[in-house]
Design a protein. Structure first.
Length: 337
């Protein structure tokens, strides 16, 4: 049976007898010992817990009644979520009827529910105000703090005790999380959908952690128009392997060697970038119509509606002028890209 949450409940008779069944047939228990009582005098009861919020590892002090035992078969276990708060009486820990002192290892930022379990007496009654421990985090650096209005900027967020399984947003839009651990996040910004500079903050949230601003009010990320690569046009409209493509626009070059051109999902080769134009050579691809996108160290470019038509290039046949009878049959070798 589940326990009763009301700590003021008096001795409660579960039933006049415990009913046992075997192969569907009920067996009555006629002896008095079959009665089961929920007793307030045997209920572990928590009256105070400190601290209620931490950042990293901590020593936790719990006070109340019927709290702790180290006896064989009645060893008290304290957990926050799935993390055990270790009671080590040989290292400053305390385990008595009225007090527990335990050590909680460093855990990622989140909100964790407290549970005190004593096998003989059962679960402890914990007041609502003491049921949860809030574990905080600290952000030490966010780089870079500027990026393209079209998104695609790789940002590294460094700190301590960062939350696990994070959802990262800027301006209410979700970033792509490339990697995440307790000391560093690597994210890629989303398309902000603006036409002018926009200042935003990085926020993190988890299943139990409400959206929380990262880095404080002074750490602001700016979607910046001037550094955002922007495509105006490209030529030619069609091509195949080896075709040179020229793209015109603005902010197409920043740091040498960082400009990349993508035709669909395939990177163009032999890229040469200038501030207002980029040339590259089409690689071997499947035929089709593809959007063109440029990426720089600052992030992604816009994507214009015009698409490049990639055609298969036929270079030769063997024999060079194949002929056959009306019913066919001879082999023809086709070469191209």
């Amino acid at each position: 049976r589940e326990g009763r949450e009301n700590k003021n409940e008096k001795n409660y008779r579960l039933c006049s007898w415990l009913q046992l069944t075997q192969d569907g047939a009920a067996m009555d228990c006629a002896v008095k010992k079959c009665e089961y009582l929920f007793k307030t005098t045997k209920t572990p009861n928590l009256t105070d817990a400190t601290p209620l919020s931490i950042s990293g590892s901590a020593t936790v002090t719990l006070t109340g009644t019927n709290l702790c035992s180290t006896s064989s078969g009645d060893k008290t276990v304290v957990t926050y979520g799935t993390h055990e708060c270790v009671i080590n009486t040989g290292d400053g820990g305390v385990c008595s009827s009225t007090k527990i002192v335990c050590k909680l290892p460093q855990i990622s930022a989140d909100k964790y529910r407290l549970k005190i379990a004593r096998p003989v007496f059962g679960l402890a009654f914990i007041p609502d105000k003491l049921k949860f421990l809030s574990v905080g985090f600290n952000v030490t650096d966010i780089q870079p703090l500027v990026g393209s209005i079209y998104g695609g900027t790789t940002v590294t967020i460094s700190g301590t005790n960062l939350p696990a399984n994070p959802k990262i947003t800027t301006g209410g839009k979700r970033n792509t999380v490339v990697s995440a651990n307790t000391s560093q996040y690597v994210v890629v910004t989303p398309n902000r959908g603006v036409t002018k500079d926009e200042i935003d903050y990085f926020r993190v949230e988890t299943e139990d952690l409400a959206p929380t601003q990262m880095g404080g009010s002074s750490v602001r990320y700016t979607y910046t128009v001037d550094i955002s690569p922007k495509i105006a046009s490209f030529t030619p409209a069609t091509g195949s392997k080896g075709t040179a493509v020229t793209i015109t626009g603005t902010a197409l070059k920043n740091t040498e060697g960082t400009t990349k051109v993508f035709v669909g999902e395939t990177e163009c080769t032999d890229t040469v970038a200038m501030e207002t134009s980029v040339t590259c050579t089409l690689p071997d691809m499947k035929s089709g119509n593809f959007s063109i996108k440029i990426t720089t160290v600052h992030g992604d470019s816009n994507v214009i509606t015009t698409k490049l038509q990639y055609k298969i290039g036929l270079t030769s046949t063997v024999p060079s002028s194949p002929t056959s009878g009306l019913l066919g049959g001879p082999s023809v070798e086709v070469k191209g890209s």
